[in-house]
Design a protein around this ligand. Structure first.
Ligand SMILES: NC(=O)c1ccc[n+]([C@@H]2O[C@H](COP(=O)([O-])OP(=O)(O)OC[C@H]3O[C@@H](n4cnc5c(N)ncnc54)[C@H](O)[C@@H]3O)[C@@H](O)[C@H]2O)c1
Length: 307
């Protein structure tokens, strides 16, 4: 049979390789014969990987160290790692979700990939409205260095809730991918995004706590009537970076079982169409989040002392 995917012996770098969609991606790539370099904060134990590299993607120096270990030539990059912002601060959330992908792409992938190389970022349906809010993202997305991004997001990091870093970072990643797909096309390298809806991964509980129930999460997964499995997000990512998608570049592939169509057709309210940087909205959201956390503490006083 023809090797349609063409992953045999390809050097693939996967971030967020230890859990959820990243782990599922690693498993499929190993099965398809790729040489997988797995990056994560925690050890990736998938059998058959070429190397696990411990790396905190919110730290530029750790990324630099990781890419000293990764071979000079890279075929495919899967930027899957992400943080919801429920347990991390704005800076860490934003840098893991956006800055790391920007930095790796411009500093390592551009020089180390050849014609035929492919990049996919795992963004989110939370970032779907990026075209509407381009003005909010432009400066950050056009910044070329880690330090510039830090400077441009300094005020936000000090004032906005960390969960807002999620939506903003995903919007920035989608816009970055769109703009860079045009630049990288000149080199014969493709760039695409996968935008997952609610998926049953390590992040599930954090999103569930934000919306209040599992039903609330399922309601964000279109007409599927269930959450997606991690593999159901990994398959599209593996497809997009494979030879099967050789003419696909600059695509936001929404994987949401009609959720976006329902919104487009006016059959469902679009709650994502809010600013991620407006100071009044950020302050209001922060107030609401603090109030709801205080209410939870008051209702579960015993839990406060648990560690
Ligand atoms: N689960 C969902 O409902 C959902 C929906 C839309 C988008 N996403 C996106 O999917 C991607 C994969 O997440 P998942 O749902 O599989 O969650 P997950 O928590 O199961 O996996 C995330 C992985 O990223 C790693 N990671 C986190 N911070 C890191 C850091 N600073 N440095 C290195 N590694 C780090 C974690 O250790 C973990 O292995 C993320 O980008 C997430 O934003 C998830």
């Amino acid at each position: 049979m023809k090797n349609y995917f063409g992953y045999t012996d390809k050097i693939c770098v996967v971030t967020g390789a230890t859990s959820g969609m990243g782990k599922a991606t690693v498993e499929i790539l190993v099965d398809l014969g790729a040489k997988v370099y797995a990056l994560d904060l925690n050890p990736c134990t998938v059998e058959g990987i070429t190397k696990f590299i411990k790396c905190n993607l919110a730290k530029k120096e750790e990324i630099d160290e990781a890419f000293k270990i990764i071979p000079e030539h890279i075929d495919c990059f899967f930027g899957v790692a992400g943080l919801s912002g429920a347990k991390t601060d704005y800076r860490t959330t934003f840098d893991c979700n956006y800055t790391a992908n920007m930095y790796i792409t411009l500093n390592y992938l551009k020089n180390r990939m050849n014609k035929g190389g492919a990049i996919v970022y795992c963004t989110s349906t939370a970032g779907l409205e990026w075209k509407k809010f381009k003005k909010e993202q432009n400066k950050v997305v056009h910044a070329k260095t880690w330090e510039e991004v830090q400077e441009l997001t300094k005020k936000l990091a000090a004032s906005a809730p960390a969960t807002f870093a999620y939506m903003y970072s995903k919007r920035c990643t989608s816009q970055f991918a769109c703009e860079q797909s045009v630049e990288f096309a000149k080199l014969g390298i493709r760039i695409n995004n996968v935008l997952p809806a609610s998926t049953d991964t390590g992040m599930k509980q954090e999103f569930q706590d934000m919306v209040g129930s599992e039903e609330g999460l399922i309601a964000q997964a279109g007409l599927a009537g269930r959450l997606a499995n991690p593999e159901e997000m990994a398959y599209p990512m593996v497809f997009l970076n494979s030879e099967m998608a050789s003419f696909v570049s600059g695509l936001d592939m929404v994987v949401d079982y009609t959720d976006t169509c329902l919104k487009t057709l006016g059959l469902k309210k679009n709650l994502e169409a809010v600013s991620a940087t407006n100071p009044i909205i950020c302050a209001l959201a922060k107030k609401m989040i603090t109030k709801s956390a205080n209410n939870t503490k008051a209702l579960n006083p015993g839990k406060n002392n648990e560690k």
